[in-house]
Design a protein around this ligand. Structure first.
Ligand code: NAG
Ligand code: NAG
Ligand code: NAG
Length: 347
């Protein structure tokens, strides 16, 4: 913990010195969406449920987080990339009459280690087809180069065949927010699906200013929720003077603040400007809290049990498919629950 604190302090001092509080100006052709708290409060419950480790309960939507505002959710596909410790699902929300795609954040023993790593993430990949747009290779490939993408595209196609061209919401918390962002962009650009709505919670930065500019043009209905002093939205660091080389958030941030007045805590929401790096939103605070990262709108956003990449499944009642790499897919057709073929497997 000592080393971690020192690193953080040094980087924050560095940040302060280099950035000098300036903001990179970006041009915007599309106005940001109106933030709808009713919808976002439903989505945060999906972002929380996707952390659950019991796959049987999650797949049958009977888990402890599978009620409340998400009641009645129709699961279509649950994908677990065991090798890379990733989890996501696709299904249909009857209340929103929409497809929901949710990505889990990191499920490590120590969230501190994961956050510490974020300080050093390089912009090391040119986003294909976007001149000057750079992103972090690790986040990019966690979506593009794992089982997730294929499973999700497949499920979205099946959902649209069954339900018609209903709306799509993509959501995720922390690293899950980073993956959700790449997914929303992919669905828009490569698959021509319009009007995707992206809502992320406490996500890190994923690309540079050029990337953010493209992003918001392609996925204009984006809400990036940040909470109080949550440290993760401050990472990887933002340096206003290396425009091409620095990370830069995309708009539209909505910053949740907890304001204490005479021992009462009020929750205040600030809809931020269209720059992505509004200096009066989360950037106005030092951002050093892990606790603020793990709770949004009073909903827990972390795994329900400790341990790296733990998977719990009742293999006697749950039918599933395991691919050559040991990744698990649970699929359902909404009309007549029929599962993809069952391989012989050892868990
Ligand atoms: C927010 O979304 C809900 C659910 O779709 C809808 O009923 C409500 O009218 C929306 N509110 C605003 C202000 O658009
Ligand atoms: C994709 O993943 C494979 C295996 O994990 C790896 O060998 C390959 O280099 C990755 N490709 C990219 C573009 O990241
Ligand atoms: C698995 O499901 C069967 C049938 O419902 C039940 O009898 C058994 O106790 C379950 N096992 C676990 C570990 O939950």
């Amino acid at each position: 913990m000592g080393r971690w604190l020192l690193v953080k302090v040094l980087v924050l001092i560095g940040l302060f010195v280099v950035s000098g509080g300036r903001v990179i100006k970006m041009k915007h052709e599309v106005e940001g969406p109106v933030y709808n708290q009713t919808i976002v409060k439903i989505l945060v419950e999906y972002a929380s449920a996707v952390y659950m480790t019991d796959l049987t309960e999650l797949f049958t939507w009977t888990c402890s987080r599978c009620n409340g505002l998400t009641k009645g959710f129709e699961m279509i596909e649950l994908i677990v990339d065991v090798q890379n410790c990733l989890q996501a699902f696709v299904g249909v929300s009857p209340d929103l009459n929409s497809i929901i795609i949710a990505f889990r954040g990191t499920q490590e023993h120590s969230i501190c280690n994961w956050i510490e790593d974020l300080f050093w993430k390089q912009l090391d990949l040119n986003y294909p087809g976007m001149p000057d747009a750079m992103v972090h290779h690790g986040f990019y490939s966690a979506y593009h180069n794992t089982t997730l993408r294929h499973g999700i595209l497949n499920a979205v196609q099946r959902a649209r065949e069954a339900y018609g061209n209903i709306h799509i919401f993509v959501t995720g918390h922390s690293m899950g927010g980073a993956l959700a962002s790449f997914c929303a962009l992919d669905l828009t650009i490569k698959h021509g699906i319009e009007d995707i709505q992206l809502v992320t919670f406490g996500q890190p930065r994923i690309g540079n200013a050029a990337f953010s500019n493209y992003f918001i043009r392609h996925v204009p209905h984006t809400v990036r929720v940040t909470h109080a002093n949550d440290i993760v939205p401050h990472l990887p660091p933002y340096y206003s003077h290396f425009q091409r080389k620095t990370y830069h958030h995309f708009a539209r941030e909505v910053w949740l603040q907890d304001i204490e007045v005479e021992s009462l805590v009020y929750s205040v929401e600030k809809i931020c400007d269209g720059s992505g790096e509004d200096p009066s939103c989360s950037r106005s605070v030092s951002g050093n809290s892990i606790a603020d990262h793990l709770k949004y709108y009073d909903i827990d956003l972390q795994a329900d049990s400790l341990g790296s990449c733990k998977i719990v499944m009742n293999t006697s009642t749950t039918r599933y498919h395991v691919d050559d790499s040991g990744n698990i897919m649970l699929s359902k057709d909404h009309l007549s629950p029929s599962f993809v073929e069952l391989n012989s497997l050892v868990l």
